[in-house]
Write a protein that binds this ligand. Structure first.
Ligand code: SME
Length: 149
């Protein structure tokens, strides 16, 4: 499945849409095509502030449009610069719940010129669905998105 999605992500990146429209199209593609992706969104560092701001997303609207660095899974990734795979969100102390249906989450940092400037965040209603294949695919997505930022 991910091998089929890669060229579709690249063709969105190469299209003549605006950067925001490209990121929205990628969120919608991933949410529609990957059965265990129930919410897909991008967060970005908010200017010079030590906080993340929600960008484009597909799925239910969330109250968490601003997340301070260090808070929740997203805020931890803003500081660690590392992938964070959460097989069971209920087992996490430092977690910000967006919806009671969410069982698991994966957050992959997005680097531009070596700097962690944001992340892709996926929520799943399936327990423990993420494998190395998700990590590798989402690293590829972020690498592609970095080209348009
Ligand atoms: N669960 C995230 C917050 C963002 S929502 O999933 C959209 C976290 O703990 O950082």
């Amino acid at each position: 499945m991910f091998n089929l999605l890669r060229p579709q992500v690249s063709s969105i990146i190469d299209s003549n849409k605006t950067p925001d429209a490209k990121m929205l199209a990628i969120c919608e593609l991933l949410k529609a095509e990957v059965p265990h992706y129930d919410w897909v969104g991008f967060y970005f560092k908010n200017g010079d502030k030590r906080e993340l701001k929600l960008g484009q997303y597909a799925g239910a609207p969330t109250d968490h449009t601003i997340i301070p660095f260090g808070k929740g899974i997203c805020g931890q990734v803003a500081e660690s610069n590392e992938n964070f795979v959460v097989p069971d969100v209920q087992a996490q102390d430092n977690y910000i719940a967006c919806s009671i249906t969410v069982k698991s989450e994966i957050v992959i940092p997005l680097f531009v010129n070596g700097e962690n400037i944001g992340q892709i965040d996926i929520d799943s209603n399936t327990p423990d669905p993420f494998t190395k294949a998700d990590e590798t695919f989402l690293e590829f997505v972020n690498f592609e998105v970095a080209k348009i930022l």
